[in-house]
Design a protein around this ligand. Structure first.
Ligand code: OSB
Ligand code: MG
Length: 371
């Protein structure tokens, strides 16, 4: 593939309801999209960086800067054998900035799949026609709001519910939800809100039969997670900590977790995500696909990746209507009665991107080379 033209576009998409996690509240998403043009076809990528550096160090602004000044100049006008070769070119010289890299890298996979007239899922090695999915529920104003939402999404068919927790919204909340829904597949995600000294409180979570406890401690504290996992019967799952294949290998070696959350947008793209998937598969460690409140573009990428064999728990890949009044892709992602999303079968990401709608909600746009 020869990259003729690249477009960056920042859009604003209002969430249907605010999403609150331990580190902050999102009312809307400001999303950086990247389009790669080659041979009359267009590949789409979505940067998962948020507006503020709360989940990770990267933001929309840092991603835009690194893309414009370093990553786009490294690929524009160049010929690559395939998306894997482009991924390797992004790895040389520029350190870090995995979310910025992922936006280009994932667009290249979509483009390669379209050039080869293959569904992205097939190109990545996916084996499933549909992927089981759950819902991630933010911290609510009151317990009644939470119970109502658990009930509603359960009734829609979602396969598991994840509750965001933080000190002050944890043991009592989980006890209530567990009492009301004794059989519900349930997980909890702390987004690094706990201090390593809070073992005793986290140990109490063992009584609720959670499928896993996600990221209790700081991203770089693999040792604290290993110490907790040694004491907890609940499986620890790492999200923020898993920033590369090497980091994941360290976490497995230290026994910091028994489950891994894979987000291609956090790891630098599909090649790195697949490397983590394969590493975990060889180690007998199940993985599942996380989410970052993506638009339909990032969602399509996640669905394709989650069709690989070692994705063994429902993903944080809910239907479009769980997030948006109107999604940017057609058709939008819809939940099927069995709690799955269908893996698109058309070429590439397999959904049409609504460019008119993107233009209507656009905040900024830049073309390379400049028009
Ligand atoms: O930790 O998994 C997380 C959303 C934004 C940032 C971090 C996380 C999340 C979610 C939402 O849990 C998952 C989704 O996209 O539905
Ligand atoms: Mg998480």
């Amino acid at each position: 593939m020869r990259i003729d033209r690249i477009e960056l576009q920042i859009i604003r998409l209002p969430l249907r309801e605010p999403f609150r996690i331990s580190s902050g509240t999102a009312h809307r998403r400001r999303i950086l999209l990247l389009k790669l043009d080659a041979q009359g076809l267009r590949g789409y990528g979505e940067c998962v960086a948020e507006n503020e550096p709360y989940y990770s160090a990267e933001t929309v602004t840092t991603a835009r800067y690194v893309l414009e000044c370093f990553l786009i100049p490294a690929v524009i006008g160049r010929e690559f054998a395939d998306a894997g070769a482009l991924a390797r070119a992004l790895e040389t010289r520029v350190r870090g900035h995995a979310m910025a890299k992922a936006a280009v890298e994932m667009a290249a996979w979509d483009l390669e799949a379209k050039l080869r007239d293959l569904p992205l899922a097939r190109l990545l090695g996916g084996t499933r026609a549909a992927v089981p999915v759950g819902v991630s529920l933010g911290i609510q104003p009151a317990l009644a709001d939470l119970l109502e939402r658990v009930q509603r999404y359960r009734a829609q068919g979602y396969r598991r519910i994840k509750l965001k927790i933080a000190p002050g919204w944890d043991v009592e909340v989980l006890r209530c939800v567990r009492e009301r829904f004794p059989e519900l597949p349930l997980t909890a995600d702390a987004n690094a809100a706990y201090d390593a000294s809070e073992h005793a409180r986290l140990k109490q979570l063992d009584e609720f039969g959670l499928l896993m406890l996600e990221q209790p401690f700081a991203a770089d504290d693999l040792l604290a997670h290993a110490r907790l996992q040694a004491e907890l019967s609940t499986a620890v799952c790492l999200d923020e900590s898993i920033t590369s294949r090497a980091r994941c290998a360290e976490a497995l070696h230290l026994k910091s977790c028994r489950v891994v959350n894979i987000k291609p947008g956090r790891l630098g793209g599909h090649a790195a995500a697949r490397a983590v998937h394969d590493l975990c598969q060889e180690a007998g460690v199940p993985v599942w696909c996380g989410g970052m409140l993506e638009s339909g573009i990032g969602r399509a990428h996640n669905v394709a990746l989650a069709s690989l064999a070692n994705f063994r728990y429902p993903g944080d890949i809910s239907a479009s209507d769980r997030y948006w009044e109107r999604d940017v892709v057609d058709p939008p992602f819809a939940l099927r009665a069995d709690g799955t999303l269908a893996v698109p079968t058309g070429p590439g990401i397999g959904v049409r991107v609504d460019e008119d709608f993107l233009a209507a909600i656009q905040e900024e746009r830049a073309s390379f080379p400049p028009i």
